[in-house]
Design a protein around this ligand. Sequence first.
Ligand code: PEP
Ligand code: MG
Length: 316
Amino acid sequence: ERGRLARLKNTPSVTLDGQKVELLVNIEQPEDTVGALAVGAVGVGLFRSEFLFMGREGRLPDEEEQYQAYRQAVEGMNGMPVTIRTVDVGADKPLDSRHDAAHLNPALGLRAIRWSLSEPAMFLSQLRAILRASAYGQVHLLIPMLAHANEIRQTLELIEKAREQLDKRGQAYGPMKIGAMIEVPAAAMSLPLFLRYFDFLSIGTNDLIQYTLAIDRADESVAHLYDQLHPAVLRLIANTIAAGQANGRPVSVCGEMAGDPTMTRLLLGLGLRSFSMHPSQILSVKQEILRADAGKLEAWAQAVLDSEEPAALLLE
Ligand code: PEP
Ligand code: MG
């Protein structure tokens, strides 16, 4: 099986009916681009930059250190797109031993973009580092956990400010598409707002499931209720993909669902054409894509959406 899959590395990722599907990787460190190329990924859909920040007990990476790391990732991908997500610490990814200790409910607390906006100097240094790396390749910027119009505007203002700071220093940066994670149900229900401000969307199913179902993704005692096929979850995903399509804006899925081959046909049927996942999943998902007829899956996917027991339909 492994040998057979390995041979798919250079096979274009196209469905039986000729639909091209983009297969991207999720990475945590710049060196991970080596593994991305080894499985034939066409870009990085999610660079979880928080891994540069975690476990350092207060000594955060400065602009220069981050710039080197982002640039390494960008150069490692040889011109293919690299989507860098701004720092997403908190909850299941504590910054250090102190960060979340004072919060009763860290998943609902000062995490991700909320933390970044509360630390503007830190955030600006990250934005400058990412912008500087964009001079060396195709960088896309991705913002986690947004829900409010006000957060969106503040974030975009800070990005503009970071550009101005680099202009003043005479430091180069390239054009950079800016996208939002759709991972809070409020965001998935405010799509016109997100489409007004962003070039692309990326669905974070891990958090979207957690927040839609009120299930702590890190709590084993409720893991049996963490249901990626819950009709409410599927509806939010379907709506996001459809809204992106209707507005000509790319939508990707970068949560675990994208790397689960049992979900590939459903996501294709819902119209998804961009998947980002752990490198180890790329070839299994590609195999599903090569066997799928995306057009025929559309009506079936709508039936799954309307079903009370979607899992049963998925096995058909
Ligand atoms: C997600 O929430 O689905 C996601 C991709 O981000 P993370 O798992 O890093 O929270
Ligand atoms: Mg998330």
